[in-house]
Design a protein around this ligand. Structure first.
Ligand SMILES: [Fe+2]
Length: 168
């Protein structure tokens, strides 16, 4: 079996984990432990999703890793999707400047795809032609469901559709 090519997603996860693990919970809408757990697990769900639907697993994982960054770095819950652009750009810049593992940088094209997906992921009731945006909405819903969170309305529809698509 060929190895998955996802090293940049791993490096990005590691970078954010190193940063986030030092944060305290003071003034946070959600516990930092939850955000770290959700970052790791949604990235894994994103890879499965990408394999199932023929998307790029590394890009899907990077989108999942970054998707709640505004909640962590900006301590915001409301509009944490639409306000995420500057936080995503900052993280990608730190990643690209880091170069610790001599991996390829995250490109401007990927940057645009990531931001277009992350900044709309709260609107689970909206269905668009952007397959990466829809991937993230589905993956966010599936991962929260797998963590035992309340899953109703548009989130439930997304989880149910995915489960039936994988034969469950
Ligand atoms: Fe999320």
């Amino acid at each position: 079996m060929e190895k998955l090519s996802i090293r940049r997603a791993n490096r990005l996860m590691l970078m954010l984990f190193e940063e986030w693990k030092t944060h305290t919970n003071e003034g946070r809408p959600l516990k930092i432990e939850w955000n770290i757990m959700h970052m790791f697990s949604s990235a894994q769900v994103a890879k499965i999703y990408a394999l199932k639907f023929g998307l790029d697993p590394e890009l899907c994982a990077m989108i999942a890793v970054l998707h709640d960054i505004a909640t962590v770095e900006g301590k915001i819950r409301k509009n944490h999707d639409s306000l995420a652009g500057e936080y995503v750009l900052g993280a990608i810049k730190r990643y690209n400047d880091g170069g610790k593992y001599k991996l390829d940088p995250i490109t401007m094209d990927e940057n645009e795809i990531i931001i277009a997906a992350v900044t709309v992921h709260g609107k689970k009731d909206v269905h668009s032609d952007n397959q990466y945006a829809e991937m993230l909405k589905d993956v966010d819903s599936i991962d929260a469901y797998l963590h035992g969170l309340n899953t109703e309305g548009p989130r439930e529809e997304r989880v149910t559709k995915f489960l039936s698509e994988i034969g469950m």
